[in-house]
Write a protein that binds this ligand. Structure first.
Ligand code: COA
Ligand code: ZN
Length: 346
């Protein structure tokens, strides 16, 4: 992705959502399209301690549908015993107002989940397994090979009727196992690509990734798939567990990645990733990229209005920062004495 940013003036950058009339010296050309998949109602809600009413989930998804997302991960078709927060998946999928141009995807761990997802007319099935054996056992209660063969069966049954994405958890390390070899990540990625999946999401489930590692993993994936006619769409999924979330997004963008998962308010986490905390906050990541001149397709003002409802919906404060501080372009009036000190008062 070529960047054409004029940084000759260190003033505030003017992104796609900047108000009109910015000075030409601050103008930033659009530097490429980055697309977001909003996962707050899946990755975000699955770890919440209190059940979020179905009506609130639906209202939130309907509001997000108006914000310019490429994709929304609505819910998961997992065992309601494993993830009770999302036990209303069918009702949510049945009652949301689908907006043309937005893909409504769902997380699926097994054949039973795929059957439910197909009945709910999901636009995409996001299959999930972990590249860490220990995390796969903790999260999905089966060995990786059993997950792989179950998901291969899903792909065979779906038979091209619905696009398939595969989310590979713990690609940057596992909190229980430690390092996960890059060769393991590449091997599972390649096996799914050979089954014809449209996309792969490379997940930092445990928030262990750092920017140099992100660049190394992406370079290895690109090298592995560059020659393929059916190269997968790559999405990156980061958690901000150790404060490296946005640095990792930037490292990925600089490595040519144009698709990210994000969670409104920075909610989220896998119940089986010890110490895991929220995903990168969608609005903070979008705000950063927008300020740098990337085209995110998102109406950031509208998104921030929705983000500010998150504490009420979940009943507690959320980590997202821009919804609290405002955009860098949202100026505040100076205290009255500033005008006095400038000698401007009569
Ligand atoms: N949807 C609904 N129910 C399901 C299901 C699905 N996709 N998969 C299994 N079940 C039900 C079974 O029917 C069975 O019900 P019963 O006890 O009433 O007979 C029960 O769940 C257990 O089934 P089993 O096949 O033995 O599953 P398990 O207990 O080994 O659990 C998973 C395996 C994958 C279903 C479960 O661990 C799971 O859903 N995990 C999701 C974890 C997750 O989403 N983590 C966060 C995202 S990364
Ligand atoms: Zn996650």
């Amino acid at each position: 992705m070529k960047k054409r940013i004029d940084l000759s003036d260190a003033g505030p950058p003017q992104g796609a959502n900047a108000p009109a009339g910015g000075s030409a010296a601050h103008a930033v050309a659009s530097v490429g399209a980055i697309r977001f998949n909003e996962v707050a109602t899946r990755d975000g809600f699955q770890i919440e301690p209190t059940f979020i009413p179905t009506d609130d989930k639906i209202a939130l998804i309907d509001a997000l549908s108006q914000c310019g997302y490429a994709k929304i991960e609505v819910t998961s078709f997992t065992s309601p015993k494993a993830i009770p927060m999302l036990r209303d998946a069918e009702e949510v999928m049945g009652r949301i107002q689908r907006v043309p141009g937005v893909e409504y995807t769902v997380l699926v761990p097994n054949v039973r989940g795929a059957e439910r997802a197909m009945e709910s007319r999901a636009d995409e099935l996001n299959l999930v397994m972990s590249v860490s054996e220990t995390h796969n056992l903790a999260n999905l209660r089966m060995l990786r090979e059993k997950s792989f063969s179950g998901l291969a069966e899903v792909i065979r049954l779906v038979d091209g009727r619905t696009p398939i994405n595969v989310s590979l958890s713990c690609c940057f390390g596992c909190q229980m196992e430690g390092n996960v070899p890059l060769a393991t990540v590449l091997s599972f990625a390649e096996r799914f690509v050979n089954l014809g999946v449209r996309g792969l999401t490379i997940c930092d489930t445990t928030g262990m990734a750092h920017p140099a590692q992100v660049q190394a993993v992406i370079a290895a994936l690109h090298a592995r798939f560059a020659h393929m006619a059916n190269a997968p769409q790559l999405t990156l999924h980061f958690h901000n567990t150790r404060g490296m979330g946005l640095a990792n997004v930037l490292a990925a963008v600089q490595s040519g990645i144009a698709r990210f998962d994000g969670s409104l308010g920075g909610l989220g986490g896998c119940p089986y990733a010890p110490g895991a905390s929220g995903n990168i906050s969608s609005e903070d990541a979008i705000h950063m990229l927008d300020a740098m001149g990337y085209d995110t397709g998102i109406d950031l003002g509208r998104l921030l209005d929705v983000a500010r409802q998150m504490p009420r919906i979940v009943g507690h404060d959320v980590p997202g920062q821009v919804a609290k501080a405002g955009r860098i372009l949202d100026l505040h009036p100076a205290p009255a004495y500033v005008a006095e000190l400038r000698g401007e008062t009569t």
